[in-house]
Design a protein. Sequence first.
Length: 254
Amino acid sequence: MSQLWFDAAGWLQSNDPNIKVLHKPSQRRWKGMHKYIKSNYGDKLQGTITHYDALHSAERTVRGFTRNARGASTHLIIGRPGEIHQIVSIRDRAWHCALKKKDGKPTEWLNNGGQFPMANGRGTANPNHWFVGIDMSNLGYLTEKKGKYYSHLNTVVPQADVAFDEKGKPWEAYTEEALYSYEALVLALSTELDIEEGMHYRHEDSSPTRKVDPGPVFPFYYIIDRVYALLDEYALWDQTDGHERIGDDDENYC
């Protein structure tokens, strides 16, 4: 069982020798929760949205998301070797899920209208208010040319790092180390924030007309199923080991 948890300020901690956690706070955030979340959902983010960064390294993504106070951001970034970078506390909101609008109204949600329908029965026009952003460091879809596989950045991806979807299309494969860290992270987030199983999404779910990440070779549903099979065991470990869960102490959670 991986040993990850969040401290009272919402920053990830690790006792797992296989998972290195690095913190580099970004100013690209909304401080605290939306007032509706504060009033109705225990002042906590309610789920996750998983992306890929479409870049060569997690370090490059971290630099891009922290170099100034404006622009896109996320909460957590998982590198190919399995390290986890956190740049926004899970007590705050990040800008990881942009909106596509036409005539001032969202046009890309699953119901092809004004709001993104969520498994908790609510709808939102801004998923950033509800979800933790997780970015996997991965180049995404590839193009085959004369036996070589090229990324959208026109760099060659070694054959050993290529995976194929059910249609035979090439993508950069996810490393075992990154998938291990992703499962451990979702397990910790689900425990800390009491996330319902149906409240984990892919970026392509929230932006189906524009996004394909984390892509078909990412075993998203398999990992989510494993997480919820392990959740009771993880919660028991969390209580007996004495780590504070966000929301357990109202005086510290404001």
